[in-house]
Ligand binder design. Structure first.
Ligand code: CMC
Length: 392
């Protein structure tokens, strides 16, 4: 076949060149466009980081103002699109609702589908950044049977999202600034992570010159799996299970180490980080702070810390270089903020959106870009004759 390499899972294959995000997995380093994640988490805002990832440079004050204004003007969903949510069962997981509604944007906003037209790309970018929080809040409202609230364009993106999620028409919702700040920072930490599964999916879908909305919808689906973004939900379910069965972390760890079917220490391990995930370090610190500020005393935080302590001093984890990843502590923060477990991966998607857009745009701007089309090593039958039905 002329093939010279096989690399299942793309463990050692670069699928693209990229100037967006740098990771040194052995040193635990993550930078967006050269800026260390720690500095961005401390000093920047999610919208500023979105601008940076997508445009390549930090915005000037007036650029940021222009970008923010545009996003705030596009937060409404088409009224017909709102009825789309009615078609889903009440107990639907919000992730397929989110990806379906994002895909439906290609049907409602047909004037911004051409990947080769910079103005249309800009418009679809703004629409996605503005509308995803509205869609996410409506997916939640649908699940609890509450009315949808319109976005309020005088509010910031995170503030607006929290109000549309937790607010009710008859009760003014008072947004807690500590929660806004913490959620904004968590979105920054999730904003990009080079060629992870969902980003690679966005690139592969987009490589056929599919429109931005459809490509992002593909990424949301890839994110849902428990080995990727779905891990934040899986971590909380794991902690809950340990608590329900008496809180014995040692017993659970033995099941993990014995490789009992389906039992992994969720929120641990990473394809690239063979050292502490720098995002996890920030999240862990934030979990302590935000739970304290909110006056939440969560047994699950103690169980999580207990698991980490056992893992970091255990040969199984040390020899395999398994450390907590970004998903290990995030769920505890989301839970303290009032989000149900099923919304956790939706929050990951809200954070990851600018990264997906940046990669899709970088790919489309490359004149040498080709459609993504991996090869295979065929392992099936060689040629054989078709037998008639009476010969089988
Ligand atoms: N618990 C127990 N053992 C593990 C774990 C874990 N969480 N992760 C990896 N291992 C073991 C694995 O069994 C293998 O052992 P052995 O060499 O004896 O067969 C070894 O460590 C190497 O693991 P791998 O599965 O070959 O590594 P990978 O790079 O293919 O997988 C991973 C990376 C993230 C999918 C995996 O570590 C995992 O399943 N972790 C749990 C799920 C999780 O937390 N995912 C979120 C990842 S970070 C954010 C994101 O991407 O969304």
């Amino acid at each position: 076949t002329g093939l010279t390499t096989f690399d299942g899972g793309f463990v050692n294959t670069a699928s693209t060149k990229s100037a967006i995000t740098y990771i040194d997995g052995d040193a635990g380093i993550l930078r967006y466009r050269g800026y260390p994640i720690e500095q961005l988490a401390k000093g920047s805002s999610f919208l500023e980081v979105s601008y940076l990832l997508i445009n390549g440079e930090l915005p000037t004050p007036s650029e940021l103002e222009g970008f923010t204004n545009k996003i705030q003007r596009h937060t409404l969903l088409h009224e017909d699109l709102k009825r789309f949510f009615d078609g889903f069962p009440r107990n639907a997981h919000p992730m397929p609702v989110l990806s379906s509604a994002v895909n439906a944007l290609s049907a409602y906003y047909q004037d911004s589908l051409d990947p080769k037209d910079p103005e249309q790309v800009e418009l679809s970018t703004i629409r996605l950044l503005a509308k995803l929080p509205t869609i996410a809040a409506y997916a939640y409202k649908k699940s609890v049977g509450q009315p949808f609230l319109y976005p309020d364009n005088s509010q910031g993106l995170v503030e607006n999202f929290l109000r549309m999620t937790f607010g009710l028409p008859a009760e003014p919702y008072v947004v807690n600034p500590d929660i806004v700040k913490a959620l904004d920072m968590l979105f920054i930490l999730h904003a990009d992570h080079e060629q992870n599964c969902s980003t690679s999916t966005v690139r592969l879908v987009g490589s056929s010159q599919a429109n931005l909305f459809t490509s992002i919808s593909g990424g949301i689906n890839a994110l849902w799996g428990p080995l990727h973004g779905g891990a934040n939900q899986a971590v909380l379910e794991m902690l809950d299970e340990i608590k329900e069965s008496g809180g014995d972390t040692k017993d659970f760890m033995n099941r993990v180490k014995n490789k009992e079917a389906g039992v992994k220490l969720m929120g641990f391990g990473h394809r690239v980080y063979k050292n502490y995930d720098p995002r996890a370090a920030i999240v862990k610190e934030t979990a302590d702070q935000i739970l304290q500020i909110l006056g939440v005393n969560d047994d699950l935080l103690d169980i999580a810390k207990g698991l980490e302590e056992v893992a970091l001093s255990d040969d199984y984890f040390i020899s395999r270089k398994l450390y907590p990843n970004v998903d290990f502590y995030t769920g505890l923060i989301y839970r303290a903020m009032g989000f149900p477990t099923r919304m956790f991966t939706v929050l990951f998607a809200l954070g990851r959106l600018p990264g997906w857009i940046a990669h899709w745009s970088e790919m489309n701007a490359d004149p040498t870009g080709k459609i993504g089309r991996p090869r295979q090593i065929y392992t099936g039958y060689t040629e054989r004759d078709y037998p008639n039905m009476d010969q089988r």
